[in-house]
Ligand binder design. Structure first.
Ligand code: BEZ
Length: 191
C-alpha cells in the first residue's frame, strides 16, 4: 500500500452525517492535540497493543535517518490506554494530512473512563504500509530513536513526552517505559 493514505481516509464517509465523533488517541494525539475538541476523556480500547513499530521520515525523522513512532498491533488480551476526544468530522481532514504516512482510520469501540462505551475512530498504521518498520528489541528501537530528528522535532522528545503522558494517565506500558529507560541510559552514556 502507498504510504500516502489521505485519499483512502477521505473516502471513509461513515461519520460524515454525525455532528461529533469520538477519536481515540494512543500516541502523539495524547500530548499534542493540535485541533479543536468539544470534550476530552481518558479511556481505553481492547485487543490492541501500542508499539514503536511505525517508521517516521516526515515528522520525527528523515528518509536518511527515519525515526520510530507508535502504531497499534492486534493482540487479543491487550488493553491500550489513551485519551479520547469528541471532535467534529472536519477535524479528520486535518489529521488525515498530519498522519498521512501510512495511518488509516478504523472504527472501534472506545471505553471512556466513568462514561461507558462509544463507537469512534482510531488511526492505525498496519504492517502492509510502506513506512512500517516492524518489531525490534527495545534497545535497538531506543538506539534508532536517539539518532532521529525531523520537521516535528527530536524523536527522543516524542518518546519522552509520550512516556510522561502515559504516566499521567496512570498506565504501566512496559514497552514504552523500557524504550524510555534504554534511551535515558544512552543519553547518560553520552555525557
Ligand atoms: C494517536 O495518537 O492516536 C495517533 C498516532 C499516530 C497517528 C495517528 C494517531
Amino acid at each position: 500500500m502507498s504510504a500516502n493514505t489521505i485519499a483512502i481516509n477521505q473516502n471513509m464517509k461513515q461519520f460524515d452525517s454525525h455532528a461529533s465523533v469520538w477519536l481515540f488517541g494512543y500516541g502523539s494525539i495524547i500530548f499534542k492535540a493540535d485541533f479543536p475538541y468539544l470534550e476530552r476523556r481518558p479511556g481505553h480500547i481492547t485487543g490492541w497493543a501500542r508499539r514503536f513499530w511505525q517508521g517516521s521520515h516526515d515528522h520525527r525523522g528523515t528518509p536518511q535517518s527515519p525515526g520510530r513512532v507508535v502504531t497499534l498491533t492486534p493482540q487479543a488480551d491487550a488493553i491500550c490506554r489513551g485519551m479520547a476526544y469528541l471532535v467534529t468530522p472536519e477535524v479528520f481532514a486535518h489529521l488525515d494530512h498530519r498522519e498521512k504516512n501510512g495511518y488509516l482510520r478504523l472504527v472501534t469501540a472506545i471505553h471512556l473512563d466513568h462514561a461507558g462505551s462509544v463507537e469512534g475512530l482510531i488511526y492505525i498504521a498496519a504492517e502492509d504500509n510502506a513506512a512500517f518498520a516492524g518489531p525490534a528489541s527495545e534497545q535497538d528501537i531506543a538506539r534508532q530513536i536517539a539518532l532521529a530528528e525531523g520537521p516535528s522535532g527530536r524523536n527522543s522528545d516524542y518518546l519522552l513526552m509520550l512516556a510522561q503522558a502515559l504516566r499521567e494517565l496512570g498506565t504501566d506500558d512496559t514497552h514504552v517505559f523500557e524504550i524510555e529507560r534504554q534511551l535515558l541510559a544512552l543519553q547518560q552514556a553520552d555525557h
